[in-house]
Design a protein around this ligand. Structure first.
Ligand code: HEM
Length: 416
């Protein structure tokens, strides 16, 4: 009998190559797989753990083109319809689709309008005003672990720092974090075929929670971003209740698993190369450049969020037909030897600019200035406070099973 890949290439005559599957083992070392795929070509067809075949871009040049090409779209309703057509299932609950119709789930002109309303809260100038408070939160967290020998740096530092910041910025009660962190985790985790999909329940819980919060801000606005968005009025244009909930949802999720893992992945990369840790400790003015290298070397977003082809598009000599789902693998592009010299080596003192860790084009990360400031404060403080920080000798590292987020489950370290 023909194997699965033969069947696929017979079924779809435009297929450039057999389809390869990714399963749980992929997440231990996605870079190894990307290295092999890149050597074969920039565009691949991949069977994901949910049994759906998607197109994955692994070449740097093609990734940059794809991220800026208007033929690759993000409309959440269309994407949902395409996904269900491929699975042969009925479309998702309209409430969940509405939740995903935020700026990262829309195309212009809807995207332009939504982005304009939050843009000004995240400019470098606005973010600079948050510096003293971020430094204070950082100091408090490091004080709390200061007299211990070993800690899980994810649980005790990398996670609570950005989560506290985004909660305060938005005006979301920090006490509720256990709930929305659990919902967020569920939403970014890959669901295998036959596994029960917890995502609808998690989305519903999140919507209920955020709708209540939005109502509270409407009746009693406070000094926070969510209240500002409630009151925002762009020449008569206001956000609807539904739009407020999905905007809050996007900002909360985006502010969560991203900077957390920039800190986690960056610390791991440095501790595996103690010479570079020492160099930065001696000259902390190198921290901002080092952070750009952490973003390139092992950024927190592995594959960017899903796109679909509104019409056929040719990338790297491969024609992708209309109605296909496309993932741009940012972490693969960021190690493309055609763009970066010695891409698998961490070079904190001489980073090559141009990484795609924050995306590219109209959806380029709105939170990038905030993420950079948080990471700069976090690394500067860690280097000063714990000059002899080291990976715990018993550390057994495991990664999240998500194609979106590249992040450690735990990072056990020795503080001295
Ligand atoms: C978009 C990465 C932190 C808010 C994106 C995209 C990437 C990204 C790759 C584009 C996704 C795509 O095109 O499919 C990161 C990384 C971060 C980070 C690596 C940390 C190191 C943040 C923070 C916030 C944020 C702290 C703010 C709370 C957003 C928003 C978008 C976005 C709102 C959508 C922009 C749009 O559609 O126009 N981010 N992000 N991000 N990010 Fe971030």
């Amino acid at each position: 009998a023909p194997d699965a890949s033969t069947v696929d290439s017979m079924a779809d005559r435009t297929a450039p190559a057999p389809v390869e599957s990714i399963g749980a083992e992929f997440f231990d070392d996605p870079h190894a797989r990307y290295r092999r795929w890149r050597a074969e070509g920039p565009v691949h067809r991949v069977r994901f753990p949910d049994d759906v075949v998607r197109w994955v871009i692994v070449g740097y040049a093609e990734a940059r083109i794809a991220l800026a090409d208007p033929r690759l779209r993000k409309d959440a309703g269309q994407l949902d319809a395409i996904l269900h057509a491929k699975r042969g299932t009925t479309a998702t609950d309209p409430n969940i689709v509405a939740l995903l119709t935020h700026m990262l789930g829309t195309d212009p002109p809807a995207h332009t309008r939504l982005r304009k309303l939050v843009n000004k809260a995240f400019t470098s100038r606005q973010v600079a005003l948050l510096r003293p408070r971020i430094e204070q939160i950082t100091a408090t967290l490091l004080d709390a672990i200061g007299d211990r020998d070993e800690v899980d740096l994810m649980r005790d530092f990398a996670n609570p720092l950005p989560v506290t910041v985004i909660c305060e910025l938005l005006g979301v009660p920090f006490e509720d974090r256990a709930d929305f962190q659990a919902w967020t985790k569920t939403l970014v985790t890959v669901v295998g075929e036959g596994e029960h999909d917890e995502r609808p329940t998690a989305s519903a819980a999140m919507v209920g929670y955020l709708a209540k919060l939005v109502r509270a801000k409407q009746s009693e606005p406070a000094e926070d971003l969510l209240s500002e968005l409630v009151l925002a009025d762009d020449e008569g244009d206001r956000l609807t209740d539904q739009e407020l909930v999905s905007m809050a949802f996007l900002l909360l999720v985006a502010g969560h698993e991203t900077t957390v893992n920039l800190i986690g992945n960056g610390v791991l990369a440095l501790l595996r190369d103690p010479e570079q840790w020492r160099a930065l400790r001696e000259d902390p003015t190198g921290v901002p450049a080092a952070i750009e290298e952490f973003l390139r070397f092992d950024g927190p977003v592995d594959m960017a969020t899903a796109r679909y082809t509104a019409e056929p598009i040719t990338l790297g000599n491969t024609e992708i037909p209309a109605g296909e789902i496309v993932y741009v693998a940012l972490s693969a592009a960021n190690r493309d030897p055609a763009r970066f010299e010695a891409p698998d080596t961490l070079a904190t003192d001489t980073p090559t600019p141009g990484h795609l860790a924050f995306g590219h084009g109209i959806h380029f990360c709105v939170g990038a200035p905030l993420a950079r400031v948080e990471a700069q404060i976090a690394f500067t403080a860690l280097l000063a406070r714990f000059p002899d920080l080291a990976l715990s000798p018993t550390a057994d590292l495991h990664w999240q099973t998500s194609t979106l987020i590249r992040g450690l489950l735990e990072l056990p370290v020795r503080l001295r």
